[in-house]
Design a protein around this ligand. Structure first.
Ligand code: HEM
Ligand code: HEM
Length: 244
């Protein structure tokens, strides 16, 4: 396998091995936290241990980093792939430096968001990391599928990352707020996020089937050029170099 193929696989591999198991535990603990709170309110006590709350929050915090991480890896694959293919570095090196700085800014502001406790700073760092992700998503090389945004791996991916950043930013407010307003906002937004994670599993698997490995690329190009998905076509298998 060539380096490009390893880079392509990095994102789905981390999604399958790290992100989805984390989502499973976070959602499981979320349901237990809710069940426990409702039982305590109606029956006065619950058999569910209080530790489920801490586990949800600890793993929820890790989930935010994991989701933002794989989104940045997914974007980096498209953006730097385009930069190498079109030799953007030789034409507009400043643009490449600026793009790299946006990756650094996204990671730095998320790191600072983890450390911030003041409401204003949490707002600032959450906004900065969100903006950096959105700007990176607008770069050439990212397959956005805007004409079919409702099934786009890109749009749901960015939105779900923003929702995770928002959860991290409002974390202390969930506890402070006696009216449970932030708690309700959190539940509503993350229920949507859970559905989006499921959509990401489907559209991601589809993307994996549509992006060729290096040795399949010339063949795939012909399929796309001749629009074999919508009309009949005959593809001559290209001559493959003999590899030992
Ligand atoms: C798939 C993602 C998530 C879902 C579905 C989810 C859902 C929930 C639910 C249902 C509750 C219980 C609310 C109640 O007490 O009635 C909860 C509580 C909470 N969640 Fe999440 N959540 C998710 C991710 C996150 C993340 C990423 C964070 C932080 C970065 C987080 C932080 C919290 C906090 C602080 C609480 C309050 C816990 C407590 O009362 O002990 N959640 N969440
Ligand atoms: C939490 C779940 C996931 C999120 C947030 C996410 C997000 C993203 C984002 C933002 C991109 C860059 C945009 C693009 O080029 O389409 C991307 C690319 C990609 N994702 Fe995911 N993804 C997730 C799960 C998965 C899974 C489970 C798979 C496969 C099994 C997958 C396969 C891919 C592939 C192959 C690409 C590259 C597509 C290309 O460059 O054209 N993703 N992902």
């Amino acid at each position: 396998m060539e380096l490009r193929d390893v880079m392509l696989l990095l994102h789905p591999v981390i999604a399958v091995i790290v992100v989805y198991p984390l989502i499973g535990i976070v959602v499981n603990r979320a349901l237990l936290v809710r069940q426990r709170r409702l039982q305590a309110a109606t029956e006065g006590k619950s058999k569910i241990p209080p530790v489920v709350g801490q586990e949800h929050v600890k793993l929820g915090r890790a989930l935010t980093a994991a989701v933002v991480g794989i989104v940045l890896i997914g974007l980096a694959f498209g953006i730097f792939g385009h930069i190498l293919e079109k030799q953007v570095w030789t034409k507009t090196p400043f643009k490449v430096i600026l793009i790299t700085l946006f990756f650094v800014a996204a990671i730095a502001s998320l790191t600072l968001l983890y450390k911030a406790s003041d409401k204003m700073w949490r707002g600032i760092f959450a906004t900065l990391s969100g903006i950096a992700i959105v700007i990176l998503g607008c770069q050439d090389g990212v397959y956005r599928q805007t004409n079919q945004w409702y099934i786009s791996h890109y749009y749901y991916g960015v939105v779900v990352a923003l929702l995770m950043i928002f959860s991290l930013a409002i974390l202390p407010d969930i506890y402070k707020d006696k009216t449970n307003r932030w708690r309700k906002v959190h539940i509503a937004l993350n229920s949507i996020a859970t559905l989006m994670f499921i959509a990401q599993g489907i559209t991601g698997s589809l993307a994996l089937l549509e992006v060729p490995l290096s040795w399949q690329e010339t063949y795939f190009q012909k399929l796309y050029e001749q629009q074999c998905n919508i009309k009949p076509c005959t593809i001559q298998a290209p001559k493959m170099p003999n590899k030992p």
